[in-house]
Design a protein around this ligand. Structure first.
Ligand code: UN1
Length: 513
């Protein structure tokens, strides 16, 4: 970054402070010799603030406070806990535009996607409030007369949330809204790239806690780098570690938590593909593919990275996609009409260039994009034109997740083979098929079809609603969060057998004298 920040960065700094102030948050200034983080903006690629960070000792204190709060919180009736989450959802709605503008500032999302991310937080609060009157167990028939067999779901304990820069607020909210109604306190370690949005979320939740009389320590924020995350993950008082990030991160976190018999909920890398059949509605396919491949500048875990097209429609589809890519407005995410904002940092653009060079070495052809884009007043930023690359086969670089807008296109003639190639990657998050043939759609949805946690028909791979369980298989980590019965990960189950008879019959007909 240049020595002197641009005027634009100075304006952004002023604006960030005003927004934070309206959200009830301030930037904790770093002590000269204390741990700190740089709060940067991908809009210009420059630093906005130095933010005080936590030390591993601070993590210890935060987990201790959360563990103490758990003892109170677990016995608050779930619908009363729900009232806290309801208030939080109201505050989010009220401050939607401000929080979204911080998401844009810190993660580089276009305004519509930033607003969508905050809407996702409001939605999960609604879902969690409903859950607060629904979480519960089943009663099963006992084989013994005068006995009742049932299960009870109890709060689990402190949840450690480790989140990523690309959904800096929504993924935390998925975890936190559900954890809170389930009776669990949360200690949050956000991405070191997005401390400002974290401070804002924490302030809004703090307000909801105070206004509804909930213990303040049911939520603690610990800003920091790797050492802070490592301390949180290793702490035996953290019952569940819910971590979103790279597969490499998950491979480090998983064994540490397993060694202390803690629970993990892992949301790791994706390498999401769409299969396009000859019967597909190509107008709809083009729109669905472009949104998933270039939305959030290809930095969603659900971003579409591979396209498997039937040979008969490949040239036409690629031609239409290339034309759409050529018209994509890349630039300031706050400007009207922009669809592609900046990558989060320069190293992402470098990784994209390395991937493209490897693809070309493997015989790939870049048919659109793949270039740096210069934006006035943002020379230190990482704007790129999304790349569309035709590949002769699914080589190693295609099997890896590059967190940038690169869409590799391959062709097929037999659907079974297409599904085989589709599944022949380490990751298993999201997938889709574009077809008008119900048999093809059902095959893709079947046990012999896509091996992903999310399988769609005639929509892209990204942009899931919160009502379904979100997560994936294989190197994606196997976790499920958000809707459906994902709440179970945040609770512990007790099986109860109650004898209301005067006899003591034993199960399995055992006779014990
Ligand atoms: C992520 O990228 O980590 O399905 C989450 C989607 C969003 C969530 C993505 N609702 O694309």
């Amino acid at each position: 970054a240049p020595a002197r920040p641009s005027t634009r960065t100075e304006d952004l700094r002023t604006e960030a402070l005003a927004v934070l102030d309206r959200l009830g948050a301030a930037v904790p200034s770093a002590l000269p010799d204390g741990p700190s983080l740089a709060a940067c903006t991908p809009l210009t690629g420059e630093e906005l603030f130095r933010v005080a960070a936590a030390s591993p000792g601070d993590v210890d204190e935060a987990v201790g406070a959360a563990a103490a709060a758990f003892v109170r919180w677990r016995s608050v009736p779930a619908p009363v806990r729900g009232a806290t989450v309801k208030r939080f959802g109201e505050l989010l709605s009220e401050h939607k535009a401000d929080l979204a503008s911080l998401v844009t500032l810190e993660a580089g999302k276009i305004t519509s996607e930033a607003l969508g991310e905050v809407q996702e937080m409001v939605d999960i609060c609604d879902l969690a409030v409903g859950l607060s009157r629904q979480v519960g167990g089943r009663t099963m028939p006992s084989e013994r007369p005068g006995h009742r067999l049932m299960e009870t779901w109890h709060p689990l304990g402190v949840v450690g949330v480790v989140s990523a820069f690309n959904f800096p607020v929504a993924v935390w909210a998925w975890n936190t809204a559900v954890a809170l109604v389930c009776g669990d306190p949360v200690v949050w370690k956000p991405s070191e790239l997005t401390p400002l949005t974290a401070l804002a979320c924490s302030a809004l939740l703090g307000r909801a806690l105070a206004e509804t009389g909930a213990p303040a320590d049911v939520h603690r924020l610990v800003l920091g780098a790797r050492d802070v995350g490592a301390a949180l993950v290793a702490d035996p008082r953290v019952a569940l570690v819910s971590a979103t990030g790279s597969t490499r991160m998950g491979a480090e976190v998983g064994p540490v938590v397993a060694a202390r018999f803690g629970r993990t909920l892992l949301e790791l890398g994706g390498n999401n593909a769409a299969v396009v059949a000859p019967s597909a509605d190509l107008d709809l396919a083009v729109r669905g593919i472009v949104f998933s491949a270039v939305g959030t500048a290809g930095q969603r875990c659900t971003s579409m990275r591979r396209l498997l097209v039937h040979a008969d429609v490949a040239d036409e589809l690629v031609g239409r996609l290339a034309a759409a890519y050529a018209r994509l407005p890349v630039g300031d995410p706050r400007a009207e009409g922009t669809l592609v904002g900046p990558l989060v940092r320069a190293s992402s653009a470098e990784a994209m260039q390395r991937a493209l060079a490897r693809a070309v070495e493997d015989g790939g052809e870049v048919v659109a994009g793949g270039e740096p884009v210069t934006v006035d007043g943002a020379e230190g930023a990482a704007y790129v034109s999304p790349a569309l690359v035709r590949m002769p086969s699914q080589t190693e670089v295609v099997r890896e997740e590059t967190f940038a807008p690169v869409l590799y296109v391959m062709t097929w003639t037999d659907l079974d083979e297409a599904v085989e190639v589709h599944n022949a990657v380490p990751q298993g998050l999201s997938s889709s098929i574009f077809t008008s043939d119900v048999r093809e759609a059902e095959r893709f949805l079947s046990e012999a079809g896509s091996d992903c946690g999310i399988v769609n028909v005639n929509i892209g791979t990204s942009g899931a609603e919160i009502g379904g369980a979100f997560g994936g298989e294989k190197a994606t980590g196997g976790g499920r969060e958000s809707g459906s019965d994902a709440w179970r990960a945040y609770m512990r189950r007790a099986t109860n057998t109650v004898n209301y008879s005067d006899e003591l019959p034993l199960a399995q007909g055992v006779d014990f004298g």
